[in-house]
Design a protein around this ligand. Structure first.
Ligand code: FEO
Ligand code: CA
Ligand code: CA
Length: 653
């Protein structure tokens, strides 16, 4: 086949390209908000109040104040081919691939002889969120740490011979379904820098661990723990569950645990939910008897809602994992609500409470915020054990005048009462979407990352796209009908930017940061505050990361469907004259999406996740679009983490 045919737009593979919100929470007018690039360059500000109150061990170097200094790299040319590319002066090397040993004793990867038992010990499939967690814990070490990685999903047609015709719904065997379950979850693997630009895995790392959907027991905590709606045949307590599902983005707490977001869990459950007691709940989340992973429910009762109608209620949560204790039991934190969480990013508020931002990634879904009732404790190991079980979850209403209201999802207030089917806070959390509908939250164009900039203190909201939005549904925060390109909104807490910002306030301001697409093409109706090059405009933003200077690094998912170029990473200034002037830095091989950028504390290394390389129309295990990263005849493409370093040894960009 010709290269052009092979590089067709990629269908969304993770099931988040849907629209099932039944409400008409649609604001009415479009007003012009053009307050971009009005501000002077930011002074370096940070969270000095809390930083001074905490031992240095509890604050990562991300909290160290630094003024933004210019991004300084030669822009990469857009393109689309079988491999990855990075800006000149940088090197990008695969560090760990699907199937590589993680847990000591893991067998070498052989895709023709794969077993679930082997996969339990090896690096999982479709990698997404990454975090570099310094060793020792709480230090700012930049040359040795734990790499924590989410494994969001699996691609049957690229993992196994002979199943391509039906994709993830293909005729996979029970053993193959178990391999896929073992390939979901997270990996924790020790890595170290051995020289300039040289990173390696530590194969006998004491904390190396796989957390999987198939075997890892999780505790359930918070207001919904032990509720009848969380009880199943396998767990009469409603307090524990095997596994985590569709872990997409994440975040890192000040006490060095990882938050991992369960996203599109609906697509794993077979059976018609209509005759179950959870029919309305399941319908609102898209469990519809047409699952992407159709075979799982045939092989395993827990994935058939006609047999276990409560099993889906045990997924869709934010989970907390302590990567430094390989024997720790991960916890599902129900206080943060249940929906298709993209990520969970945190900032310590000026009063010491923890604020977690999270979005619900589906067309016409909402942006959320959780504020703990307690303050972040000073002890790394124990003081914050239950902090995330007690707090207030709110949902965002973006008003056209540039204000943003956080509306609390608290049982007994407003419409969240028994009359509407909410008997307790547990019900509000299990059916967060339905509760947010009743409050009149603003339906957004697919909320992906919602992330505070640790330097400026403003919160970036990433909205990938929404081609289903009609002209009569546009509003100021979602200003384009048939939004193919996505946009980024900056949310500004009261108290100004920086250390006086109050992230727990009831009301914020918001501004459009960029409207993605090609600014030279009037049909795109794109908007950047500074001029961008032909390589610099981007589409379908997804994850963001901030380096220690507060630059914005934007990963994309689906750019190929908008302009024939690969997904990748673009970077820009958050403030100053070049605010929002995105520049192309890295791109992925054909079929892949770009996920999970994260930095070492010194910005010396940038880790990125290359998810589903080779995915696309007609691509299969036998004839993949690419055999990246090995390019060996018998080896299928392998989702991998790539480490990027600067050739002169300096910090990235
Ligand atoms: Fe898993 Fe919203 O991307
Ligand atoms: Ca994502
Ligand atoms: Ca995505």
């Amino acid at each position: 086949m010709s290269l052009d045919d092979r590089f067709l737009p990629i269908a969304v593979v993770n099931g988040d390209d849907r629209a099932i919100n039944p409400t008409d929470n649609q604001p009415i007018h479009e007003i012009a908000l053009r307050r971009l690039s009005r501000r002077a360059t930011m002074r370096g500000v940070g969270y000095t109040v809390l930083a001074s109150a905490l031992p240095t061990s509890i604050m990562t170097s991300r909290h160290v104040m630094a003024a933004s200094q210019g991004l300084n790299f030669d822009e990469l040319a857009k393109g689309l081919d079988e491999t990855h590319h990075v800006a000149s002066g940088y090197t990008a090397k695969p560090l760990i691939r699907w199937g590589d040993p993680v847990v000591p004793g893991a067998p070498a990867f052989d895709p023709t002889k794969q077993t679930a038992a082997a996969q339990e010990l090896q690096f999982g499939y479709n990698c997404d969120f990454t975090a570099f967690m310094p060793l020792p814990r709480g230090s700012a070490a930049a040359d040795r740490g734990l790499l924590v990685v989410n494994h969001e999903s699996t691609s049957s047609e690229l993992m196994f011979a002979g199943v391509a015709d039906e994709g993830n719904a293909g005729r996979i065997t029970k053993e193959q379904a178990e391999i896929e379950m073992a390939a979901h979850g997270l990996s924790v693997v020790e890595i170290r820098r051995t020289g300039a630009g040289a990173w390696e895995l530590v194969p006998d790392g004491k904390m190396n661990r796989r957390i999987t959907l198939r075997s890892t027991e999780f505790a359930i905590s918070g207001p919904a723990a032990g509720h009848d709606r969380l009880k199943t045949g396998a767990d009469a307590s409603g307090l524990k569950v095997i596994g985590t599902l569709n872990n997409c983005g994440g975040g890192v707490t000040p006490w060095s645990t990882v938050l991992s977001a369960e996203e599109n869990f609906h697509q794993y459950f077979a059976g018609d939910p209509a005759d179950t007691a959870e029919a309305e709940n399941h319908k609102r989340l898209g469990i519809d008897n047409e699952p992407g992973y159709a075979r799982w429910g045939r092989h395993f009762t827990r994935f058939d809602v006609t047999k276990e109608p409560n099993e889906p209620n045990r997924f869709g949560w934010i989970v907390e994992i302590d990567p430094y204790d390989p024997h720790s039991v991960p916890v599902k934190r129900t206080a943060l609500g249940r929906f298709k969480h993209e990520a969970a990013t945190v900032i310590v508020n000026k009063d010491g409470r923890l604020v977690v931002y999270t979005g619900d990634d589906e067309r016409f879904e909402y942006v959320y915020r959780f504020v703990t009732n307690g303050r972040v404790g000073l002890s790394m190991e124990t003081a914050n054990e239950n902090l995330l079980d007690d707090g207030v979850l709110s949902v965002a209403k973006f008003v056209d005048d540039g204000t943003l209201t956080w509306m609390p999802l608290v049982h007994g207030t407003g419409p969240l009462t028994e009359a509407n089917g909410f008997e307790s806070q547990a019900d509000v959390l299990i059916e967060t979407r339905r509760a947010a509908d009743l409050l009149g939250a603003t339906p957004m164009d697919r909320p992906e990352d919602i992330q505070p900039n640790p330097i400026t203190g403003t919160v970036f909201g990433i909205f990938t796209n929404n081609t289903k939005r009609k002209a009569e549904q546009v509003d100021a925060a979602n200003p384009r009908a048939e939004n193919k390109y996505g946009h980024i909104i900056e949310m500004i807490p009261p108290g100004g930017r920086g250390k006086d910002a109050d992230h727990a306030a009831d009301s914020f301001r918001w501004e459009m940061f960029i409207r993605c697409g090609d600014p030279a093409n009037p049909e795109h109706n794109a908007l950047y505050p500074a001029s961008v090059s032909t390589d610099g405009w981007l589409a379908t933003p997804d994850n963001v990361a901030f380096d220690s200077k507060g630059h914005v690094w934007i990963a994309t998912d689906g750019a190929g469907g908008t302009g024939g170029f690969a997904d990748g990473l673009w970077a820009c200034e958050a403030e100053g004259p070049d605010r929002g002037k995105t520049r192309h830095f890295f791109r992925v091989p054909v079929g892949a999406e770009m996920c999970g950028p994260s930095f070492t504390p010194d910005d010396g290394a940038l880790f990125v996740a290359v998810q589903h390389p080779g995915h696309g129309k007609g691509s299969s295990y036998e004839k993949p679009l690419t055999r990246w990263p090995d390019f060996a005849d018998a080896m299928p493409p392998r989702p991998s983490i790539v480490v990027i370093t600067r050739d002169d040894g300096g910090p990235i960009a």
